[in-house]
Design a protein around this ligand. Structure first.
Ligand code: HEM
Length: 397
C-alpha cells in the first residue's frame, strides 16, 4: 500500500519538480540559472507558457503540498522494510554490493530530496551554495534508483495487493490479524510476535498523519480565507488588509531597498535596438495603462488569489525602443544584495498582453514591499521572476 502511494506520489513530485525548473527558463540567460553542466539533464527544457495564467500556481502548489503530505508515507515505508536497511555485512558478493548501492541511492536520495525541500520551504538556507542545483541533481539520482526499484518490485507489490481483499483487511480486528506469509527476501520475521496493531490501524495512522499535514499546509496555496490555517508556513499568515494586503516573500528592508533608492529620483531605463529611453513614474503613468488579474505564485509553494494589476504592457515598452518583436528582456532591480536581483523573460512572456510593467495593484499604488515604484507581473511566471523595484529593462532583438 505504501509502495503504491509512493509510486503515484513520487512520480507526480518528479514531474512537477521538472516543470518547476522549466518555469525558470533556465536556458534563456545565466541570470536565470547558474546550475553547472545541466546540459544533459536539461534535455527536456521548453519555453515556459503563459497559459493558463494559474499554471505555476498549480504545479508548484502540488509539488510542495504533496512533498509535505508524503512524509508520513515515506517514513512508514522505511519502517516497513527496516530489517533490510540494516542488513549486515553489506558486501558478500559483487551482485549484493550492487544491490546495496542501489538501495543507498534510493533511501539516501529520498531522504535528501525530502529534507532539502522541507528546509527550503521553511526558509532555512543551510545549503552549501544554492538550493537549486542540489535539489535538481539529487532528484535525478533519486529517480534513477526509484525506477530500478520499481522495475524490480512492481510484480511483488501487485501480487501482494491482489493476494487479499483490501475491504476485508480494513475490517479485520487485532485478534484476527495474522502476520505476512514468509517471503523469499526474508523481510518477514521467522517467528513473529503477536501483532500489536491491525493493518487498518497502521494505514489509518499514516493516513491521519498525511491528512493532518495537508490540513495545516494547503491553505498557503489556495489562499482565500484558508491562509490562516497554514500553520506550518513560515511566511506571515496575515499579510494585512487593503489593496496591498497580500503575501510578500521578501520585504524591501530584508533586501536593503530603501525609500532613497525608489524616491523622486527613481527612473526607469529602457534599452534595446540601439536606443535608450529614460522614464519617470509620471511618464510611465501617462503611457496607455492596461489591467491584468494575476496571482503571485512562489517557488516555495505559497500563492495568492488573483490581484488586479495595472500598468504598461511589456510589449509596448519593447516597441518604444524599436524592438516590437523582442526575443527576450533582461529585467534588473535596484536591489543590490541577495539573489534574484534580475531575471530574463522570453518572447512569449513579453508578447502576452497580460504581461505588465505594473505600477498599481487593486486600485492603489504598489506598496514599497510589493515593488514600488514598479514591478514585473507575467502570467504563470514563478514569483521570483516577477522582479520588484525595477530600474532597467534591456530588450534583445
Ligand atoms: C521513496 C521511495 C521508496 C523507498 C525509499 C523504498 C525503500 C525500500 C527498501 C529500502 C526496501 C527493502 C529492500 C528491498 O527489498 O529492495 C524496499 C522494498 C520493497 N519496496 Fe520499496 N521503496 C520506495 C518506493 C517503492 C515503490 C514506489 C514501490 C512500488 C512498486 C515499492 C515496492 C517495494 C516492495 C514490493 C518491496 C519488497 C518488500 C518485500 O520484500 O516484501 N517501493 N523498499
Amino acid at each position: 500500500m505504501f509502495g503504491l502511494v509512493l509510486l503515484v506520489g513520487v512520480t507526480m513530485l518528479f514531474v512537477t519538480g521538472l516543470l518547476s525548473y522549466a518555469a525558470y527558463n533556465p536556458d534563456l540567460d545565466r541570470v536565470n540559472d547558474e546550475t553547472p553542466d545541466k546540459g544533459l539533464l536539461g534535455f527536456y527544457l521548453f519555453a515556459w507558457p503563459t497559459h493558463p495564467y494559474w499554471l505555476y500556481r498549480l504545479t508548484q502548489g502540488v509539488h510542495v503540498t504533496l512533498g509535505v503530505v508524503l512524509i508520513p508515507v515515506l517514513l512508514a515505508k522505511l519502517w516497513s522494510v527496516i530489517p533490510k536497511l540494516f542488513d549486515w555485512p553489506p558486501v558478500r558478493s559483487p551482485a549484493r554490493a550492487l544491490e546495496r548501492l542501489s538501495l543507498l541511492l534510493l533511501v539516501g536520495g529520498a531522504i535528501f530530496e525530502f529534507v532539502t525541500g522541507i528546509l527550503d520551504i521553511q526558509l532555512y538556507y543551510v545549503f552549501p551554495g544554492s538550493f537549486y542545483p542540489l535539489h535538481f541533481y539529487g532528484a535525478w539520482v533519486f529517480i534513477a534508483a526509484f525506477v530500478v526499484h520499481v522495475a524490480l518490485r512492481l510484480g511483488r507489490m501487485t501480487g501482494a495487493l491482489r493476494s487479499r481483499s483490501t475491504r476485508t483487511e480494513l475490517r479485520t480486528d487485532l485478534s484476527h490479524t495474522r502476520p505476512e506469509p514468509p517471503d523469499p527476501d526474508g523481510l518477514v520475521a521467522v517467528t513473529p510476535s503477536a501483532p500489536t496493531m491491525t493493518r487498518r490501524g497502521a494505514l489509518g495512522l499514516v493516513g491521519a498523519g498525511s491528512l493532518a499535514l495537508l490540513a495545516v499546509t494547503v491553505g498557503q496555496s489556495v489562499d482565500g480565507g484558508l491562509r490562516p490555517t497554514a500553520l506550518l508556513a513560515p511566511h506571515n499568515r496575515n499579510p494585512g488588509s487593503g489593496p496591498n494586503g497580500f503575501q510578500i516573500n521578501k520585504t524591501a528592508a530584508a533586501v536593503g531597498v530603501s525609500s532613497a533608492d525608489v524616491g523622486p529620483n527613481w527612473r526607469l531605463m529602457v534599452r534595446g535596438g540601439g536606443r535608450e529611453v529614460v522614464l519617470t513614474r509620471a511618464q510611465l503613468l501617462d503611457l496607455p495603462q492596461h489591467a491584468s488579474a494575476l496571482p503571485i505564485a512562489c517557488v516555495e509553494g505559497w500563492s495568492t488569489d488573483d490581484q488586479q494589476w495595472s500598468g504598461v504592457r511589456l510589449a509596448d515598452l519593447a516597441a518604444l525602443v524599436g524592438v516590437p518583436n523582442a526575443a527576450n528582456v533582461l529585467v534588473e532591480s535596484v536591489q543590490r544584495g541577495g539573489s534574484f536581483r534580475s531575471a530574463a523573460l522570453a518572447d512569449n512572456q513579453i508578447r502576452d498582453p497580460r504581461s505588465l510593467f505594473a505600477l498599481r495593484v487593486n486600485g492603489a499604488d504598489l506598496s514599497l514591499d510589493h515593488g514600488y515604484p514598479a514591478r514585473i507581473i507575467v502570467p504563470a511566471n514563478p514569483g521570483v521572476h516577477n522582479t520588484k523595484w525595477v530600474r532597467q529593462l534591456t530588450f534583445g532583438a
